[in-house]
Design a protein around this ligand. Structure first.
Ligand SMILES: O=C(O)CCC(=O)C(=O)O
Length: 262
């Protein structure tokens, strides 16, 4: 899996890149089976919604399930990230945000580096967030919204929001959001199950609540450069992993041939 120069240009211009059909229906079925297993586990790494008590985000998945241990080393995720960053990368965070039907709450406007920097002491906004849609994501079930090109404006002013949802987040101030949207405009990231998505650490994004009858499960892997690892340890392991071993890609069929040791 190699990104074309057109795809790289789109990524650098807009700050994100959608990759339709990155994973097959068969592979998505394997991932959804594993999702059921981790969602059923009793652990504080499954963070629940404030109002409904439904799982909001299930974290630390590669340490809890063999399928996700393989997915974080999947060549269709790892190789594009290596291509963009040209550095050794470690697995920083591994989760599924499910945004459940009717009850899935918003993710406020933010960029990931605000949290990585303030809470984890990460120096540079190098990390990449790699998503895989585990169900169809449409305009109706709470897709991610991006402010196009906002990564070019650097780190926007943020405040720590510990009350709006069950997940504390460094959020971008509304006047900054207004200015950035006027400048770059908005895009929503929609696509069929199996779609991939890559975005960088200072791209401003968020997502609205899900009032549709359809869940919106999205797998998210954050890979960071080993040279840029965390220096502060206030967050638990499942929010920022402390194994900085460079990630190496497995075989392309690693999800479907789990009987083969990798
Ligand atoms: O799942 C969502 O809607 C938001 C995800 C997100 O903000 C992230 O992965 O950084």
């Amino acid at each position: 899996m190699h990104l074309t120069s057109l795809q790289l240009t789109e990524f650098h211009e807009n700050g994100f890149l959608l990759l339709p059909d990155l994973f097959s229906r068969e592979e998505v079925a394997v991932l959804n089976q594993a999702k059921e297993e981790v969602f059923a586990q009793e652990t504080n790494a499954n963070v629940v919604e404030k109002k409904s008590g439904e799982v909001r985000t299930a974290m630390g998945l590669h340490l809890r399930n063999e399928t996700f241990a393989r997915l974080v080393r999947h060549p269709r995720l790892v190789k594009p990230a290596q291509q963009i960053l040209s550095e050794d990368l470690y697995v920083q965070q591994v989760k599924i945000n499910v945004k459940s039907a009717f009850d899935g709450e918003a993710w406020q406007w933010h960029y990931d580096f605000a949290t990585h920097h303030a809470d984890d002491g990460v120096a540079e906004p190098l990390a990449l967030n790699l998503h895989v849609f585990l169900g169809d994501v449409s305009e109706f079930n709470g897709p991610l919204y991006f402010i196009k090109g906002s990564h070019k404006c650097g780190a926007a002013a943020s405040h720590h929001d510990t009350t709006t949802t069950s997940y504390p987040l460094w959020c971008v101030d509304q006047n900054e959001v207004t200015e950035l949207v006027e400048h770059g405009g908005l895009a929503s990231a929609t696509g069929a199950a199996g779609t991939g998505l890559i975005f960088g650490d200072v791209l401003v994004h968020g997502s609205p609540p899900n009032m549709s009858p359809w869940d919106r499960p999205i797998f998210s892997l954050i890979l960071n450069a080993v040279s840029n690892k965390q220096t502060s340890f206030v967050r638990p392991e499942h929010k920022h992993h402390t194994d900085y071993t460079p990630v190496t890609p497995l075989a392309d069929d690693c999800l479907l041939r789990q009987e083969v040791a990798q």
